[in-house]
Design a protein around this ligand. Structure first.
Ligand code: CTP
Ligand code: MG
Length: 239
């Protein structure tokens, strides 16, 4: 296994770009049901990861992409993605944040903005990457794409009794890519003692502010089989 793909850590897209994108793709996809690791499952005949990287690479600000793959699949993922875009592939870890940390470790210090993007959000469009990167460039430490919550949300007890109705106007559903000033993300990962489900959560624990930009319906996360059906339909729409 070649941890940094024989030293091609200089694998570049747009040399004038100021953004590195870290792509955690090492999850098993348990909720999708039995089969290959989620990033390698097919959507319209192509692995989710291919869809994700094609869109990531088409964002003009992106200089470098680092993918964290299932450890057994590092070389296969590199071979799969090489025709799509120049990428560095590293072995992911047991938890998502371990995978992000492994990929972040090979991002050079001279790249000032790091986006973290789940391979499972494989239809996130290039303009979403640009919107997030632009907000970091304009001065934010951390930026998340977010959508209003459409369902009525209830707080319930362990036995299913409703305790109250939550004011959904102050709630947001959060997506990736999430964008960070690179030193802020590195500090958040170094300080993270507990598991976090998104990287902005680790930045919040540092006491730094995180700001929202509008998310995209196309950035839905493929989690359960129904999501694959929705994504198949979204592919027929322009994205
Ligand atoms: N991920 C990762 N390393 C892990 C776990 C998750 O890189 N150890 C990645 C997944 O590949 C995915 C993203 O983190 O792109 C979001 O995770 P999730 O949607 O939960 O994917 P899985 O963990 O694969 O799915 P499940 O929880 O159903 O097993
Ligand atoms: Mg998971």
């Amino acid at each position: 296994m070649s941890g940094d793909n024989d030293g091609d850590v200089t694998a570049q897209l747009n040399a004038r770009g100021d953004v590195a994108v870290v792509v955690p793709a090492a999850g098993a996809g348990v909720r999708l049901g039995p089969g290959a690791p989620k990033a390698l499952r097919l959507l319209d005949g192509e692995p989710l990861l291919v869809h994700a990287i094609r869109r990531t690479a088409s964002a003009p600000s992106v200089r470098m992409i680092v993918v964290a793959a299932p450890p057994a699949d590092v070389d296969a993922v590199h071979a799969l993605l090489s025709p799509v875009a120049p990428v560095v592939v590293v072995a992911g870890g047991a938890e998502r944040q371990d995978s992000v940390a492994a990929a972040l470790a090979v991002v050079p210090d001279d790249i000032g903005i790091v986006l973290v993007h789940d391979a499972a959000r494989c239809l996130a469009p290039a303009d979403l990457f640009e919107r997030v990167a632009a907000a970091v460039r304009e001065g934010a430490d951390a930026v998340i794409p977010a959508l209003p919550v459409v369902d009525t949300i209830k707080e319930v007890s362990a036995d299913g009794t409703v305790l109250g109705t939550v004011d959904r106007s102050v709630l947001r559903a959060v997506q990736t890519p999430q964008g960070f000033r690179a030193p802020v993300l590195r500090a958040a990962h170094a300080a993270a003692a507990d598991l976090h489900t998104d990287d902005a959560g680790a930045v919040e624990k540092l006491g730094r502010s995180v700001v929202c930009v509008p998310g995209s319906d196309f950035a839905l996360k493929i989690t359960r089989p129904l999501d694959l059906a929705v994504a198949t339909h979204l592919l027929t729409l322009s994205s």
